[in-house]
Design a protein around this ligand. Structure first.
Ligand code: ARG
Length: 263
């Protein structure tokens, strides 16, 4: 189906479909965004970029929220057990050694998560050591629809592909994208190879006609932020930054209570 996490290792070796990546953004820093973490496994993804393969957000001193699909192999449909799964905190430049690599000691996947449809694409990682409480980003409230109003400015961050051609940066990037109307996104993804948009558990963001700004491979699980709150997680999309194919994000407001239940 769509270009998902499972394609990341392949994309690292051989470029996938070229498109614009975090396309169209600017450099960002974990000093300004201390809740932005890299989800990593050096044994699987190598040392060059600290083993990063997904993004995540600190929502409490010991908990990181990320996408459920980051913990699955989409080609086999199986849960992947990476023995050295860790979260990298405070490291803007993944080629460096700033901050800390914190082992993950427990994982929770939303019981409704469906690998085939990407509905309920949320997971919570428990860290071995508590982080600074001031580094936490608050989450949207259960049922709060306001941050998803069409046109609302949202920011997405990550260490993912910059151009949709396998250019994985060492440094964090961010880009602003407007929220897209449900009807628009449902029309953009009504069927086809990339998947079907489900307004109940997903939300789209991107510039509908212009494109040029988006999350991309490797950004999965990372935060979509509105007014200082975590409202979405990078989940999927067709290509990256293509007009008419906005990024699709997990709509956290429908699972916020379930996530809070894990804190
Ligand atoms: N599933 C991808 C990942 O694992 C994220 C894809 C996001 N794509 C997009 N066009 N917004 O990194």
């Amino acid at each position: 189906m769509m270009v998902l996490f499972a394609t990341l290792p392949a994309a690292l070796a051989a470029p996938a479909t070229p498109a614009a990546a975090i396309v169209g953004g600017v450099r960002a820093s974990t000093t300004d965004h201390p809740w932005m973490v890299a989800v990593a496994s050096r044994s699987v993804y190598g040392d060059a970029r600290s083993g990063q393969f997904c993004g995540g957000t600190l929502i409490s001193p010991t908990k990181v929220v990320t996408a459920a699909h980051c913990l699955y192999d989409e080609s086999t449909g199986q849960r992947v057990d990476r023995p050295d799964l860790s979260v990298v905190v405070g490291r803007t430049d993944l080629a460096g050694s700033a901050g800390q690599e914190v082992p993950v000691v427990d994982t929770w996947v939303d019981p409704n998560y469906d690998l085939n449809t990407n509905e309920w694409d949320v997971a919570v990682l428990t860290l071995a050591e508590p982080q600074d409480p001031r580094s936490v980003l608050p989450m949207v409230s259960q049922g709060d629809a306001a941050p998803y109003a069409t046109g609302t400015a949202a920011t997405v961050l990550g260490w993912g592909d910059l151009h949709g051609n396998g250019s994985y940066p060492a440094t964090l990037h961010e880009v602003q994208v407007p929220m897209v109307a449900n009807a628009t996104c449902a029309a953009d993804y009504h069927s086809g190879p990339s998947g079907t948009y489900d307004a109940r558990t997903m939300v789209c963001a991107g510039r509908q006609s212009l494109g040029g700004r988006d999350a991309c491979q490797g950004d999965s699980g990372g935060p979509l932020v509105v007014a200082g709150r975590l409202v979405g997680l990078v989940s999927w999309g067709e290509g990256c930054a293509e007009p008419g194919h906005p990024g699709v994000y997990t709509r956290l407001s429908v699972m916020a209570d379930a996530v809070r239940g894990q804190l």
